[in-house]
Design a protein around this ligand. Sequence first.
Ligand SMILES: [Zn+2]
Length: 108
Amino acid sequence: MAGIAVGLGSNIMATSALPLEILRNGLTPCYFLSLHCRECGDIRTAIPEVPSDRFHSCPRCHQACEYTLLGEGGTQRELPFWNRIQDSFTMANMIEMHWRVQVARRQA
Ligand SMILES: [Zn+2]
């Protein structure tokens, strides 16, 4: 990847620049979901694309679950991955470790 010219100023953090920032840091763009599975409880997952459906299958038991789109960001991990909220590894850790997450606009 060719170097990108610097000197654009500090306004590079604008929303529209986020995907570029992610790619520049070698991260894979992803979406973070909060799943509410009846079997497994609350699960956070990161997937490459926003589900087109109201439901997303649980990464653990594969039941269709309702989900909340938490935001988009980037990760160094291979997608998809997931964590149960009960695990010591929290969503806040995940965001700090991998990338900041934009708050998703609420879907109608
Ligand atoms: Zn489940």
